[in-house]
Write a protein that binds this ligand. Structure first.
Ligand code: SPD
Length: 351
């Protein structure tokens, strides 16, 4: 059977955006690992689609679930050989781990950041929290330095369970940092620690991004940073508020986007919004820049019921690509309330 024939049999049954290429990606990852979390990571097939697909492949006899593993059967191996599907491999640079920046000049910041993070508030499902490794947070700061978005800049952080505000404070480099979050625990923690390290130009303020950006923050910043939940309305709200916060042309923004919770269809929808509505050019997309630690509520998240194997992840499996965008056209920006729930769409899996 060809990949095209298998796709033809399955495509109309899927509830999610599904391309022929997803089949090749999934088989390729299954050739490399039987650990389903690692398969998700390697394949980059959205989590709910991949879970459903494994069920279909099991019914067709291509895979078997054995204990805590999803294994290719002889039929599955044969399918790969006949369709020239090779093993998925991680071929990232071992020096930067694919982050495209070298943290060496910021080792002191990383060391101090790790120390301060020991007491950080744990993720809450209520806010869809789940934070990145300390290395990822500091790499964001290093990238900002490399792009001229750190020294002397006014920086707005929208949502900060990753503690980017604190890492920025540790550099002592920004002119000011304003951290907005809905979670008072984070605000108190970040403000206290920033003061403790002697950075006094950080303000932490409660915000819900369904509300307009407060007037005194509109048009005040050189740079913003955010890592939103991945429904399109949430991405649009968080990034949109960030853009509203920028001073104007040349203002830059950073945000993360996964393949686990966002299909390439959603990527394109968002990219259209960035370019056409927000007047932004996409200057950087660094693949798998951010690595997230287990958030502790895996068994409660939406995807748990869909997983072919009910076992908790043993290591990092959830990563996001890191975007840098820059304002090149002063399009009209809305700063109006958004009604209703925004942290939900059919591809979101980990909330
Ligand atoms: N719900 C668990 C963790 C979610 C982490 N969100 C990352 C979003 C990336 N844009």
């Amino acid at each position: 059977m060809t990949v095209g024939e298998l796709y033809g049999r399955l495509k109309d049954k899927s509830k999610w955006f599904f391309m022929e290429r997803d089949i090749g990606r999934l088989f390729s990852a299954l050739r490399s690992s039987g650990d389903f979390w690692e398969v998700l990571d390697l394949s980059e097939v959205p989590m709910l689609l991949a879970s459903w697909l494994v069920g279909e492949l099991e019914r067709e006899g291509f895979v078997a679930v054995v204990g805590e593993e999803v294994r290719l059967t002889e039929k599955g191996e044969c399918f790969c050989r006949e369709n020239d599907i090779s093993r998925a491999r991680r071929l990232e640079c071992p020096w930067c781990r694919g982050k495209a920046v070298h943290v060496e000049a910021y080792m002191k910041v990383l060391r101090e950041f790790k120390g301060l993070s020991l007491e950080r508030p744990e993720p809450l499902r209520q806010y869809d929290q789940g934070y990145v490794t300390e290395e990822s947070t500091v790499a964001r700061v290093v990238l900002m330095a490399a792009r001229g978005d750190l020294e002397g800049n006014a920086i707005l952080v929208l949502g900060d369970d990753d503690l980017a505000g604190l890492a920025l404070a540790l550099t002592g480099a920004p002119k000011e940092v304003v951290v907005l979050d809905i979670d008072e625990r984070l605000l108190d923690f970040i403000e206290d620690k920033a003061r403790e390290v002697g950075f006094h130009n950080l303000e932490a303020r409660r915000a819900d991004f369904r509300d307009p950006l407060p007037e005194d923050l509109v048009g005040r910043f050189d740079v913003f940073l955010t890592d939103p939940s991945e429904s399109l309305p949430a991405l649009k709200a968080f990034i949109g508020r960030g853009v509203v916060g920028l001073k104007g042309l040349g203002g830059a923004g950073y945000f993360g986007l996964t393949r686990a919770e966002s299909s390439l269809w959603k990527w394109r929808e968002l990219e259209k919004i960035l370019v056409e509505d927000f007047g932004m050019a996409i200057t950087d997309i660094i693949h798998d820049f951010n690595a997230y630690l287990s958030w502790g509520y895996e068994r409660e998240m939406k995807a748990w019921d869909y997983l072919p194997v009910k076992a908790e992840p043993k290591g990092i499996w959830y990563r996001s690509c890191w975007f840098r965008i820059e304002r090149v056209e002063e399009t009209h920006l809305e700063n109006v309330p958004i009604e209703g729930e925004i942290v939900e769409d059919e591809e979101m899996a980990t909330a």
